[in-house]
Design a protein around this ligand. Structure first.
Ligand code: NAP
Length: 335
């Protein structure tokens, strides 16, 4: 039986682990399919407070992990594929292992959608990025591409025009999913050139692991064009990692878990943190902040419930939750 089980080992999960461990709750962290989360896929992080010279993403994550272990957090490799949240203790299953948890913090993160090119995978963190706020600064005075046709792509193109000398906005259709105002803003930006309808066939790199350009194919004529540039921002959306929680924890229309009143969900004892509940800010520091909130909320919850017989408060809560889980989101909202 664990006081706290934390699903996910990115910035949010590790910060929750540090706080829960320091509160003597001996949290168990289940790593997930990408141990360390999105930071482990980046290179230099220059906007995490406290590191004036910047710090490598994997190093920042390793430091957090060491810090959590120092206070007694336990780590297990594995991907959670099943949760039973209908009664406490909650049952968390990762492969062949099942864990009992008095409280659960879901910090499973979100994964940036990728184009699926081998060259993109190889050059991720070396000229290919999924985060303009994190990496834009490295492309001062350089030409880059932003791929995508949604609000993120438009927003990133505008944001990156502060740094880059030119931005090729590459989208596979002539129509955009982005809102009118965002498209107009990007079109009015002198540095942005729209390349549509175009499919990125290859990200070109020269031998030393840096981006050299892209090869795009016109979606209608098939004409191929090579564009010389130094960076590629893939902005084709994110998917929250919520497969195991679907239908169990309330989500918004885009599948993100909903946090209310801090990190709480509609299930007493289940808390959420990081990108799995945040499609807006998606920063290491905001994920860390929400991880801290979730640990404090879990600690408070345990304080309030510890010592009470499970049948008293726990079961009445979970009966209430079962009704909520089976109710459409709109009804839950007004309940
Ligand atoms: P999105 O709206 O889902 O748009 C994703 C874009 O990427 C689409 O244009 C899509 O093309 C393209 N795409 C998807 N898979 C692709 C692939 N394999 N190859 C090439 N292109 C691909 O995602 P988002 O832009 O990240 O926005 C997510 C949500 O956040 C939206 O609700 C958005 O309004 C919101 N948001 C709001 C703001 C703001 O208001 N400031 C800023 C950012 C995001 P197709 O259109 O052809 O499918």
């Amino acid at each position: 039986m664990h006081d706290v089980v934390i699903i996910g080992s990115g910035c949010a999960g590790l910060t929750a682990a540090i706080y829960a461990a320091r509160a003597n709750l001996k949290p168990l962290v289940i790593d997930g399919h990408e141990p360390g989360g999105q930071l482990s896929l980046t290179t230099m992080v220059e906007n995490f407070p406290g590191f004036p010279e910047g710090i490598l993403g994997p190093e920042l994550i390793e430091n957090m992990r060491t810090q959590a272990k120092k206070f007694g957090a336990e780590f297990k490799a594995g991907v959670v594929n099943e949760v039973d949240l209908t009664r406490r203790p909650f049952k968390i299953t990762a492969g062949k292992d099942t864990y009992d948890a008095k409280t659960l913090i879901v910090a499973a993160g979100a994964s940036a959608r990728m184009l699926g090119l081998e060259s993109e995978r190889k050059l991720l963190g070396y000229g290919v990025s999924t985060c303009a706020t994190c990496d834009g600064f490295f492309f001062r005075g350089k030409p880059i591409a932003v791929v995508g046709g949604g609000d993120s792509a438009m927003e990133e193109a505008n944001f990156l025009s502060r740094y880059a000398s030119k931005i090729y906005l590459v989208h596979r259709r002539n129509d955009f999913r982005a809102s009118r105002i965002m498209i107009d803003r990007a079109r009015a930006n002198q540095k942005v050139e729209f390349v549509t309808p175009a499919i990125v066939e290859e990200i070109l790199g020269h031998g030393n692991g840096a981006v050299d350009g892209i090869r795009v194919r016109h979606a209608e004529t098939g004409a191929v064009r090579e564009i010389k540039l130094d960076g590629v921002f893939v902005a084709i959306g994110h998917d929250p990692n919520t497969t195991a929680f679907r239908g169990k924890i309330e989500t918004d229309a885009n599948g993100y878990l909903i946090a209310k009143n801090g990190s709480k969900t509609t299930i007493p004892g289940v808390f959420v943190a990081g990108d799995v509940q945040d499609h807006r800010y998606r920063q290491a520091i905001t994920a860390a902040g929400s991880g801290c909130m979730a640990a404090l909320d879990a600690e408070k919850f345990l304080e309030e419930h510890e010592g009470q017989p499970a049948s008293a408060s726990f079961e009445s809560d979970s009966a209430k939750h079962q009704a909520v889980a089976a109710t459409p989101a709109a009804t839950v909202e007004s309940a």
